[in-house]
Write a protein that binds this ligand. Sequence first.
Ligand SMILES: NC(=O)c1ccc[n+]([C@@H]2O[C@H](COP(=O)([O-])OP(=O)(O)OC[C@H]3O[C@@H](n4cnc5c(N)ncnc54)[C@H](O)[C@@H]3O)[C@@H](O)[C@H]2O)c1
Length: 256
Amino acid sequence: MGGGRLEGKVAIITGAARGQGECEARLFVEEGAHVVLGDVLDAEGSAVAEDLGEKAVYVHLDVRSEEDWAAAVTAASQLGPLNVLVNNAAVTHFASLKETTLEDYNRVIGINQVGTFLGLRSVFDPMKEAGGGSIVNVSSIDGLKAKNGLVAYASSKWAIRGLTKVAAIEFGRHNIRVNSLHPGGVDTVMGNPTGSEDIDLFYKNQPIPRCGKPIDIARLALFMASDECSYSTGSEFIADGGWNVGEFLPYLPSST
Ligand SMILES: NC(=O)c1ccc[n+]([C@@H]2O[C@H](COP(=O)([O-])OP(=O)(O)OC[C@H]3O[C@@H](n4cnc5c(N)ncnc54)[C@H](O)[C@@H]3O)[C@@H](O)[C@H]2O)c1
């Protein structure tokens, strides 16, 4: 049983068929929200919504499509006034800058960046009518720094910070908060594509020496979505096990 931290709220979560989005949908329902789950993986997404029962509904939502966004907003309006959006859907692409084709680049930007833009634009009117709300734009640690081999993804995740700040300034006077969430490594299909059981080893020199779990991120998304986060907008919320801070160097002294 949850603590009702989202009691009475209606949320749309994109990319909710699996991974962090699914975990957020489950936690939000547990905390009293009604949730519209959007994704392009219709079988998986419908199964999650069915499992969650009457407080959840699945819609096919390709975040690149304005029509799909309109349908998601309509589905949300049937549950009540829309208060929360989590722009979570994303894809990644590993290739050197030289080998990233225009098609690869546009695909990642189209889903991650343009999808977030369309989400912001699609929910503005209904949230304003609802009297306010909270939008969580999922960026990444790769939206705070960079890595080789991730040019399209990192560009899209940096852009999400910019989108967040402009939207925060414009929407703030309508009582709509907009913040970005920056996960570090998380054990999902994206963060652990081979499903390795030794994934924590990769993070052994991180301040918190393990890979993140979807619930580590979902709990932060819950806080950001809830009224507990009432005075934050345009801000960056990090849940990365300290990745962004620095690395533990085993050959230098440390507290034991
Ligand atoms: N896993 C990590 O290590 C990690 C790290 C930092 C940030 N993130 C971010 O966290 C978020 C969630 O990722 P995840 O780890 O759960 O990955 P995931 O791949 O398990 O989930 C992503 C979901 O987005 C959906 N999706 C893809 N294209 C879509 C589209 N066009 N329209 C709608 N849905 C679409 C997928 O079907 C999938 O269900 C993403 O924004 C990702 O960039 C992940």
